[in-house]
Design a protein around this ligand. Structure first.
Ligand code: KIV
Ligand code: ZN
Length: 529
């Protein structure tokens, strides 16, 4: 055994460990790619918020994934840092190499155990059982803290599930995670399964049982809480419920349910709930997945009261319609009104109030854009400032919009005159299209070589009024690589151009980091027309 770490403190009866997989299962969601810097920032915020275990990525997947997990491990403070590995020595060695620098490292290895999943590697039950024994033993020889998951556990035959869980425990697994990979289970069954495993599995008392639910039937939170009732003491979840298909269990829902209904759900977590809102906004921004307005806990409308009866009740006593205070999740009443006379110090204070801790360079960048916005808009709302922070260009971006003028209206053709900086050199082009956005996108396409298909184009108004900023989301797909870009501006066409360019910047990074698992291929651009 080469590691001296032994994972987070095993929970007392009332403690539930929070295992966040936003950076692994969340990031796996098509289009939710995050940059290296963004992953480090999210991991730091998760650690600060009190998450017990951060699953930082899948190190064998690419050089980029490996580097992110290793750098997160190096910077970790309180949280255990976990890396995912399939059931083979190469994956496990790579995961160990990445998490090893953490104060408290964990290897998470898994294999699909249901009949459908066993058919993929074409293994018999006995062959798979041997593989589990070998790989968990191998992981445990490297690291004291090993989590093992039978993927698709909720559709695995009971006898076989019991058998392989016992094998993993004998081989040294310290956490047994029971995934509902396809979101198939229901609360009553979820509780029953964990309870039965704890009662009947030999060695169950030596490990922590975890629950990992997907939200295909909208029951992920209920299933996770039911698993805790059944005896699970680790919940796997993501911020905003980000994750493949309908997503994973939402961290904010679990944590707030345990806090608000402590009377009937008597379990506690280490989470500082006042940090939830900021994390939710940051994850929405960097993943490019906006939070639905009526999403529990973190949706824009979660604490808004519009109907007369509700407003009247709220004014008399907030508890009439609110079961938790906005401040409990980090939503504050705004105290500073911002406008064109506000200076740098006021902007810094406002950003702090909104949960953005920017470096001097970042502040300067946001300040310049804030001034430009304040010249165009009477009042600058908190949402506008959030959008400015979100739209910040990353230093590593290869493409930057320099100039855009669009001719549009009832007379065809609509055309866009565009200047784009490509790795520091300006290129200019004029293109036509079917409307101003189409003309703008055609101009960008003329300058940047790609075969990406536009999967999604979405416009949201950040605040009310015709001078509101528009937030535009663009999702592109090229050869199986899906990327999302987001931007905001009072001019919808400019926001569209910037969002498209942001998506292309991510695509360029993704092309580099996913080409044959190396980081070395350089990006090529089509000649300027
Ligand atoms: O959903 C799932 O089964 C997973 C495993 C890798 C734990 O994410
Ligand atoms: Zn999952």
């Amino acid at each position: 055994m080469t590691s001296s770490a032994s994972g987070p403190t095993p929970p007392q009866d009332s403690r539930v460990l929070i295992f966040d997989t936003t950076l692994r299962d969340g990031e796996q969601s098509p289009g939710a790619t995050m940059s290296h810097v963004e992953k480090l920032e999210i991991a730091e915020l998760l650690d600060e918020m009190g998450v017990d275990i951060i699953e930082a990525g899948f190190p064998i997947a690419s050089e980029g994934d490996f580097a992110a997990v290793r750098d997160i491990a190096q910077r970790s403070r309180q949280a255990t840092i976990c890396g995912l590995a399939r059931a083979n020595a190469k994956d496990i060695d790579r995961a160990w190499e990445a998490v090893r620098p953490a104060k408290s490292p964990r290897i998470h290895t898994f294999i699909g155990t249901s009949p459908l999943h066993r058919a993929i590697p074409n293994l018999t039950q006995d062959e798979m059982a041997d593989r589990i024994h070998e790989t968990v033993t191998h992981a445990r020889n490297l690291c004291d803290d090993v989590q093992w998951s039978p993927m698709d556990a909720t559709r695995t035959e009971w006898d076989y599930l019991k058998r392989v869980v016992e094998i993993a425990i004998r081989a040294g697994a310290t956490t047994i995670n029971i995934p509902d990979t396809v979101g198939y289970t229901a609360p009553v069954e979820s509780a029953r399964l964990i309870r039965r495993l704890i009662a009947e599995v030999e060695g169950a008392e030596e490990v922590i049982f975890a629950t990992h639910c997907h939200n295909d039937l909208g029951m992920a939170t209920a299933n996770s809480l039911a698993a805790v009732e059944g005896g699970a003491r680790q919940i796997e979840c993501t911020i905003n419920g980000l994750g493949e298909r309908a997503g994973n269990t939402a961290l904010e829902e679990i944590v707030m349910a345990l806090k608000v209904r402590h009377d009937i759900l008597p379990w506690t977590t280490r989470i500082d709930t006042t940090k939830i809102m900021n994390l939710s906004r940051r994850v929405a921004t960097v993943s490019g997945f906006p939070v639905q307005f009526n999403k529990a806990i973190v949706g824009k409308n979660a604490f808004a009261h519009e109907s007369g009866i509700h407003q009247d009740g709220m004014l008399k006593n907030a508890e009439t319609f609110e079961i938790m205070r906005p401040a409990d999740v980090g939503l504050k009443e705004t105290s500073l009104v911002m406008g064109k006379h506000s200076g740098r110090a006021a902007l810094r204070a406002k950003l702090k109030e909104l949960g953005h801790d920017l470096s001097d360079n970042q502040l300067q960048d946001v300040f310049v854009r804030f001034k430009a916005l304040a010249d165009r808009k009477k009042e600058v709302y908190d949402e506008d400032i959030d959008a400015l922070v979100r739209a910040q260009g990353a230093a590593e971006d290869a493409l930057e919009l320099k100039f855009l003028r669009v001719i549009c209206g009832t007379e065809a053709p609509q055309s866009a005159d565009l200047t784009l900086s490509v790795e520091g050199t300006d290129h200019q082009v004029t293109a036509q299209g079917d409307g101003p956005v189409d003309a703008t996108f055609n101009a960008i396409k003329a300058l940047v070589s790609h075969a990406a298909r536009l999967q999604l184009y979405q416009v949201h108004a950040v605040t009310e009024g015709t001078d509101a900023q528009a937030t535009v989301t663009v999702r592109l797909e090229e050869a199986g690589r899906i990327v999302t870009g987001q931007s905001a501006d009072t001019d919808t066409v400019v926001a569209s151009a910037k969002a498209y360019i942001a998506a292309l910047n991510r695509l360029l990074v993704k092309r580099r980091t996913t080409s044959e698992g190396t980081d070395t291929k350089s990006v090529t651009y089509r000649d300027v027309v």
